[in-house]
Design a protein around this ligand. Structure first.
Ligand SMILES: [Zn+2]
Length: 352
């Protein structure tokens, strides 16, 4: 072997090795990016344990026993509030202003027969009559594209080398979520139809089909909610009630479950339930003796009301829900609650 030949052999060996290494590094890097992006896109919940905060929320009448109070860690736009009763996002500002008002009311009231009049004042406000005649709902147009890209990236890695257990699991889960994500439009249409079909009500939702069109409610899709480090693969959502002036809040996040845990009826119930939150309906099972949480609406909660905080496939828009809807947004109702001053008073007999 002459030196020249030896030298060329070494050079080509080095070239081959470094090429293999580059290939290896790039798939590693790609995998790391895919995994990181997935982790970041999930909502990171943490349970609130601050006893002062819990005491205040309890005082305001929220059910903090059956549902842990949580806050979201990884969303700058949502770190100013809490998620209550499973799916209601309430800002710290709203809580503070309500507490102030409550203190004032307590000073003015004597004895333990004080009504809960105005207890939720400012927290529970129904949308204005004007704003509910055509509520534009827009679905997150990019979500399925993002999931598809993740599947493509992982499959590209799989062509280079065997996937690790984590990558394989991520691929299976993403493919499974993609199936549900592609069906969301169909399900939200059905939910909207259910609400719009309630007779003698002008409450009307409409799904925006053009991505450039403005919307009143933006349905953001999420592919995972992690609570205290544990991934929840179940139905979950976050919605805001209307603000103090009755303006509809655009916040509406729905966790997309995996196809194998997917039950279309429960999912549709969840969407219907959240849509009704956006116009001001509260939970029927938060410990109070009134139905949909608004004065004038049926006072006995229907066990199958769609507004139960705990979701189950037997819920539906019941007769009492329909009555509540027409009480608030009824075409034949000259005293529509949505036309009354924005701060809806809740009456009850529990001592404050
Ligand atoms: Zn709810």
């Amino acid at each position: 072997m002459n030196y020249k030949h030896f030298f060329l052999t070494v050079v080509s060996l080095v070239a081959i090795t470094s090429c293999e290494k580059d290939k290896f590094d790039s798939t590693e890097l790609q995998s790391q990016t895919v995994v990181e992006q997935t982790t970041n896109s999930k909502l990171q919940y943490v349970t609130v344990t601050d006893s002062g905060v819990l005491k205040d929320l309890n005082k305001l009448g929220f059910n903090i026993t059956d549902f842990p109070v949580v806050e979201i860690l990884n969303r700058a736009d949502l770190n100013n509030g809490y998620i209550l009763e499973g799916d209601l996002f309430v800002s710290k500002k709203q809580i503070e202003s309500k507490l102030e008002k409550l203190t004032k009311e307590a000073t003015n009231n004597t004895g333990n027969s004080a009504k809960r009049v105005g207890l939720f004042d400012g927290l529970l406000s129904v949308a204005t009559c004007e704003s509910v005649r055509n509520i534009r709902v827009k679905l997150d147009f990019e979500f399925s594209t993002r999931l598809q890209k993740r599947v493509d990236d992982l499959q590209a890695i799989a062509e280079e080398r065997a996937l690790t257990a984590t990558e394989q699991q991520l691929l299976t889960e993403t493919e499974s979520r993609l199936l549900v994500a592609r069906a969301v439009r169909f399900h939200i249409r059905r939910s909207i139809r259910q609400i719009n079909r309630v007779e003698n009500s002008f409450l009307n939702f409409e799904l925006v089909v053009n991505r450039n069109e403005p919307a009143d409610v933006n349905v953001e899709l999420s592919d995972g909610i992690v609570i205290n480090g544990t991934d929840l693969s179940r139905f979950a959502a976050v919605t805001s009630l209307p603000d103090d002036d009755g303006n509809i809040n655009p916040l509406f996040i729905v966790n997309i479950p995996m196809a194998r845990t997917f039950d279309p009826i429960s999912f549709r119930n969840l969407l219907t339930h959240e849509l009704l939150h956006t116009v001001g309906f509260a939970h029927v099972d938060n410990g109070f003796d009134f139905s949909i949480g608004i004065e004038g609406t049926p006072s006995t909660p229907n066990p199958r009301s769609i507004m139960h905080a705990a979701l189950n496939p037997n819920l539906r828009i019941t007769r009492s829900d329909r009555t509540a809807i027409t009480e608030v947004f009824g075409t034949d109702n000259p005293n529509n609650i949505c036309d009354l001053p924005r701060r809806v008073a809740i009456t009850g007999t529990d001592p404050i």
